[in-house]
Design a protein around this ligand. Structure first.
Ligand SMILES: CC(C)(COP(=O)(O)OP(=O)(O)OC[C@H]1O[C@@H](n2cnc3c(N)ncnc32)[C@H](O)[C@@H]1OP(=O)(O)O)[C@@H](O)C(=O)NCCC(=O)NCCS
Length: 322
């Protein structure tokens, strides 16, 4: 039974989110958020999305996307495969990874990037068989807010008092009365994102794309926590609340370089966790690079427990990348 591929349009976002969820059921994807992402492709980025079908029935979602080639010396292109587990088969995985990898190469990619979870042995084997090698590991963590709620509320209140003593106000973006607040948040984001351990370049984000992310249906200014000192924002941490289904995740936590090592990131993240406890959220997840020592330390100290993480694979497909 051969597989056929068709391009996916915006109206396929719900189907794609179902297929992604069926491919890795412990990470549920939200249809509204997926569609929003598809509708707001970053400036200079290009992508292709496909539904794989067998006997006219959808069995997988595949995609490639990459940033502006002129800013990417290795011309890296991310490829994705989400095969409904009901159809899991080693030969089919290799066939599909090959198909989407070829699609990336046809775009001019020099390096293919592929992710899968640590607890997906079939995926790991298929990628290894096709010449992808492990490059980095992303840790995934979960925090039980039912078990740890009372402690987190206390720690958040303590941290808030301690920060006030240092002249740092922990508030939400909604409560920050500053006419240039989004520009300042954008600049903090841009500066700190480069300090996340990474192997391929992190492309500068256009301000408009940053604004689009902040307006996503899983974000709210009154749930976006920041540390403000004087008229500067020096830290942020926020959770994303999927509108239809899925787990609440931390989007990004950061502290300005000159203020690190004083507990500001942990204090800010604690405010977002305390708010989630108050909202009755049972558990939250977060992820971070396995070499991000301070963030690993913060998550461990907050009581997060490790779950299977993600493996970033690389495959060089041209010597020069050109
Ligand atoms: C990660 C980051 C947010 C930490 O900010 P911060 O304000 O310095 O963090 P805190 O002071 O609240 O806590 C850092 C903790 O890590 C510890 N730490 C720092 N470096 C460490 C290391 N190399 N190994 C182990 N622990 C370390 C600190 O001692 C502190 O723990 P303690 O309070 O128990 O002493 C900041 O470095 C940053 O913005 N990095 C870039 C963005 C980023 O990587 N964000 C996370 C993406 S998932």
């Amino acid at each position: 039974m051969s597989v056929t591929y068709r391009a996916a349009g915006l109206d396929d976002a719900a189907l794609a989110s179902d297929l992604m969820t069926a491919a890795y059921p412990t990470m549920v994807h939200d249809p509204v958020i997926l569609r929003y992402r598809w509708e707001h492709t970053r400036k200079g980025y290009d992508g292709g999305r496909f539904i794989a079908e067998r006997e006219q029935r959808p069995i997988a979602f595949l995609a490639w996307f990459h940033g502006p080639w002129e800013q990417l010396p290795d011309r890296h292109c991310e490829v994705e495969l989400w095969l409904d587990r009901a159809h899991l088969d080693a030969g089919l995985l290799e066939e599909m990874w090959t198909w989407i990898g070829d699609a990336g190469v046809a775009q001019g990619a020099g390096l293919l990037l592929a992710f899968c979870a640590e607890d997906e042995p079939e995926m790991l084997e298929a990628l290894a068989a096709l010449g992808y090698r492990r490059e980095r590991a992303e840790r995934v963590w979960e925090l039980d807010l039912v078990e740890h709620g009372a402690r987190l509320l206390n720690e958040a209140a303590d941290a808030r008092r301690r920060m006030e003593g240092d002249g740092v106000h922990l508030i939400t973006v909604a409560d920050w009365d500053d006419p240039s607040k989004y520009r300042k948040l954008y600049e903090l984001n841009e500066r700190t994102i480069q300090d996340v351990p990474h192997s391929v370049p992190i492309v500068t984000e256009a301000f408009e794309d940053f604004k689009n992310r902040t307006r996503a249906p899983d974000r709210r200014d009154d749930r976006w926590w920041i540390g403000v000192k004087g008229d500067e924002v020096i830290a942020m941490s926020y959770l994303k609340f999927p509108p239809v289904r899925g787990t609440v995740w931390t989007g990004f936590t950061c502290a300005a370089r000159e203020h690190r090592g004083r507990g500001i990131a942990r204090a800010t993240k604690l405010q977002s966790l305390a708010q989630a406890v108050d909202l009755g959220i049972p558990s939250v997840r977060t992820d971070n690079d396995s070499e991000n020592a301070p963030m690993l330390h913060i998550n461990e100290a907050l009581g997060y427990v490790r779950r299977p993480g993600w493996v970033e694979h690389h495959k060089r497909v041209s010597k020069t990348g050109a």
